[in-house]
Design a protein around this ligand. Structure first.
Ligand code: ADP
Ligand code: 5GP
Length: 214
C-alpha cells in the first residue's frame, strides 16, 4: 500500500545528481551509457571541452566542443558550475542546463574529473559521489590502448595522471571497482537505486502519506 501511494502520487519529483569519477580509460563512459539506456529518467550532463573530438564523438551529445577562446569567455562570465584543466585541455559543466534538468525532476549524471567533483559538491552536497577504480595499472593501460582513440602521448599523459587521481578517491562516498563490467554495473545500479530512496529526493512523499492519517 505504501509503495502504491508513493508511485501514484509521485513522491520522487526532485532530481538527483550522480557524479562518476575515475582515471581516464577505467570505463566511465561505458557504464554511463548503460545507466542512460536502463533509466530514462537519467540525463547526461554534456560538458564543454577544448579537446578535439575523438572519432565517433558527436558535438552537443558527447561534449560541446569549443575553442579555447569561447571556453575562457564562458568561464569569465561565470557560466560553469565547475571547470578544470585536465590532461592539458579545459573541461566544464554549463550551469543552466543542469539546473533546468533538476527542476524538471530529471536525474543528472556527470562524467567529470576529481577537481570538478570537489567544486560540484559545494553546490550540490546531497549528490551521489562515486569513484570508479580500475583493477590495476596494467589493465588500465590495456584499456586505454584498446580504445584506439588516443595518441601514444595522450595515453602516457593519462596513465601518468592516474595515480594522483586515485589518491583523491578517499574523498568520495562510494567506491566501485570496474573489474568485471557486469558486476561493476550492478554495483552502480545499486548505489543509484539506494540513493533515490533518500528523503531529500522525495520531497512530497511523507506529506502524502501523513495526509491519509488525518
Ligand atoms: P573512460 O570513459 O573512463 O575513459 P571508457 O568507457 O571509454 O573509459 O572505457 C575504456 C575502454 O575500456 C573501452 O574500450 C571499454 O570498452 C573498455 N572497458 C570498459 N569497462 C571494461 C571492463 N570492465 N572490462 C574490460 N574492458 C572494459
Ligand atoms: P576525456 O577527454 O577522456 O573525455 O575526459 C578526460 C577527463 O576529463 C575525464 O576524467 C573526464 O571525467 C573529465 N571531464 C569531462 N568533462 C568534464 C567537466 O565538465 N568537468 C571536469 N572537471 N572534468 C571533466
Amino acid at each position: 500500500m505504501i509503495l502504491r501511494t508513493e508511485r501514484v502520487h509521485g513522491g520522487e519529483q526532485q532530481g538527483l545528481i550522480l557524479v562518476l569519477c575515475a582515471p581516464s580509460g577505467t570505463g566511465k563512459s561505458t557504464l554511463v551509457k548503460r545507466l542512460l539506456a536502463e533509466f530514462p529518467r537519467f540525463q547526461f550532463s554534456v560538458s564543454c571541452t577544448t579537446r578535439k573530438p575523438r572519432s565517433g564523438e558527436r558535438d552537443g551529445v558527447d561534449y560541446n566542443f569549443l575553442s579555447k577562446e569561447t571556453f575562457l569567455s564562458m568561464k569569465e562570465a561565470g557560466e560553469f558550475a565547475e571547470w578544470a584543466e585536465v590532461h592539458g585541455n579545459f573541461y566544464g559543466t554549463p550551469r543552466g542546463p543542469v539546473q533546468d534538468l533538476l527542476n524538471q525532476g530529471k536525474d543528472v549524471i556527470f562524467d567529470i574529473d576529481v577537481q570538478g567533483a570537489t567544486q560540484l559538491r559545494q553546490s550540490f552536497p546531497e549528490g551521489l559521489y562515486i569513484f570508479l577504480l580500475p583493477p590495476s595499472r596494467i589493465e588500465l593501460e590495456r584499456r586505454l590502448r584498446g580504445r584506439e582513440t588516443d595518441s601514444e602521448e595522450a595515453i602516457a599523459r593519462r596513465l601518468g595522471n592516474a595515480a594522483a587521481e586515485l589518491a583523491e578517491a578517499r574523498h568520495f562516498d562510494y567506491w566501485i571497482v570496474n573489474d568485471d563490467l557486469e558486476l561493476a554495473y550492478d554495483d552502480l545500479r545499486a548505489v543509484y537505486l539506494a540513493g533515490r530512496k533518500k528523503p531529500v529526493f522525495r520531497p512530497t512523499l511523507l506529506q502524502t502519506i501523513l495526509r491519509t492519517f488525518q
